[in-house]
Design a protein around this ligand. Structure first.
Ligand code: DX5
Ligand code: ZN
Length: 219
């Protein structure tokens, strides 16, 4: 896949001006909306839930890429599909029956994603990689925006890319956490297909320009 993807994370947007920030992403060079759902149990933070996803879906004109940082995500697969989510990613560490969860997501017509935390080896995806549409490699510990990028991510991306090729999987590699202009190009060179960017986009002076420059950087 040549067209590399930028997915701004709305977690870093201004929730009091959510519609404005959604329109900014609609008009920008960005490809997806990244939605971080946190339950205060799997991660030590609570972000937003279904009513907010519903409001976002009403205005967003690009695919909704939802990242569930919640325990027992199987309970909500249908709910997120009904809300209009296009990609649903669950955490490897939160799914004792990951294979079944992936099938359930696909049955609801969504792309099935698996997120792995910094301590989870990509080798653990050996037996599911052919069933996965997207792997989110966390480059920070999940739970908060604005953290520093963990350098070991580069090795994980290379290893994952090799695994994907070896197993003839079509999975996309998405990097999440601390992405900025300083690491984007190298991540893509190592094999990343999609980059999530929260703070780097929304805390910048001109988010539209920041997205444009980031996109140009990895083209
Ligand atoms: C962290 C979230 C990320 C976060 C990224 O738990 O999964 O998507 O919003 O934010 P930045 O780009 O600020 O690290
Ligand atoms: Zn995320």
């Amino acid at each position: 896949m040549n067209n590399k993807i930028i997915a701004p994370s709305l977690l870093a947007s201004d929730f009091a001006n959510l519609q404005r920030d959604i329109e900014m992403v609609n008009q920008s060079d960005a490809d997806w909306f990244h939605l971080d759902i946190m339950d205060g149990v799997f991660v030590p933070n609570i972000s937003f839930g279904m009513p907010v996803v519903k409001a976002i879906a009403k205005h967003a004109k690009k695919p909704l890429d939802a990242h569930l940082m919640i325990v027992d995500p199987d309970r909500y697969i249908k709910t997120f599909a009904d809300l209009g989510v296009d990609h649903l990613s669950v955490h490897y560490e939160a799914c004792p029956h990951l294979h079944r969860t992936l099938q359930a997501i696909k049955t609801e017509g969504m792309l099935a994603g698996v997120a792995i935390t910094p301590h989870t080896s990509v080798r653990l995806l050996e037996d599911t990689i052919q069933d996965i549409d997207i792997v989110i490699v966390m480059s920070v510990n999940p739970g908060f925006g604005g953290q520093s990028f963990i350098e070991n991510t580069y090795n994980k991306v290379s290893d994952l890319k090799n695994l994907i090729i070896q197993k003839k999987s079509k999975a996309l590699i998405e990097i999440d956490g601390g992405v900025n202009a300083g690491n984007a190009k190298k991540l893509v060179e190592k094999g990343a297909d999609a980059l999530v960017a929260g703070s780097f986009v929304f805390k910048s002076d001109n988010p539209t320009e920041t997205i444009k420059n980031l996109k140009a950087e990895i083209a």
